[in-house]
Design a protein around this ligand. Structure first.
Ligand SMILES: [Zn+2]
Length: 165
């Protein structure tokens, strides 16, 4: 079966009328592909050592990649960027603190940092929990709660659930 199609050229004028048969109506695949598994190699920067800016403690990181990552995780990297209006306008700072120095610093805080002491459990009274931690070093997510409040929450999270026998 023969169809006629108009080919529209630049400027919209009809340049030709040409016959198109049905096999030509299918789009021609200009590129065809096969799937093949390839292995990519990428370069990673692994920590060799970390030094605390405050106390100068250095951890040399050795061993497997995960051991080095764990060692590096005992330090926290801080990145600060100062904008207009700051006394450090346009400066960018970076420093590392070991967890001992970080703990010492956080103990000087008046207000509890967001997320402090909380993992899958959340403190009902974060500020009371924080004050208790500053005194004792113990995170008690139930700090400030009455026995009734703990019972309403389904019991203490610090009681081991006894298995039925
Ligand atoms: Zn330190």
């Amino acid at each position: 079966m023969i169809n006629r199609a108009r080919l529209i050229g630049i400027g919209g004028q009809t340049t030709a009328e040409m016959p198109i048969n049905s096999s030509e109506r299918k789009a021609v695949k200009m590129r065809t592909y096969e799937e093949k598994e390839v292995v990519l190699t990428r370069m990673e920067r692994l920590p060799l050592s970390v030094t605390c800016n405050k106390c100068g403690k250095t951890a040399g990181l050795q061993g497997e990649d995960y051991e080095r990552e764990w060692g590096a995780n005992e330090f926290q990297r801080f990145s600060l960027h100062f904008g207009y209006g700051s006394r450090y306008d346009m400066e960018s700072w970076g420093f590392d603190l070991c967890e001992d120095c970080l703990t010492e610093l956080i103990r000087t805080f008046k207000h509890v940092p967001d997320g402090f002491g909380q993992d899958c459990h959340r403190a009902k009274y974060p500020q009371i929990m924080f004050e208790k931690w500053k005194e004792t070093g113990i995170v008690d997510l139930e700090a400030g709660m009455t026995p009734e409040e703990i019972a309403e929450d389904g019991g203490s999270i610090y009681v081991d659930i006894e298995e039925d026998e």
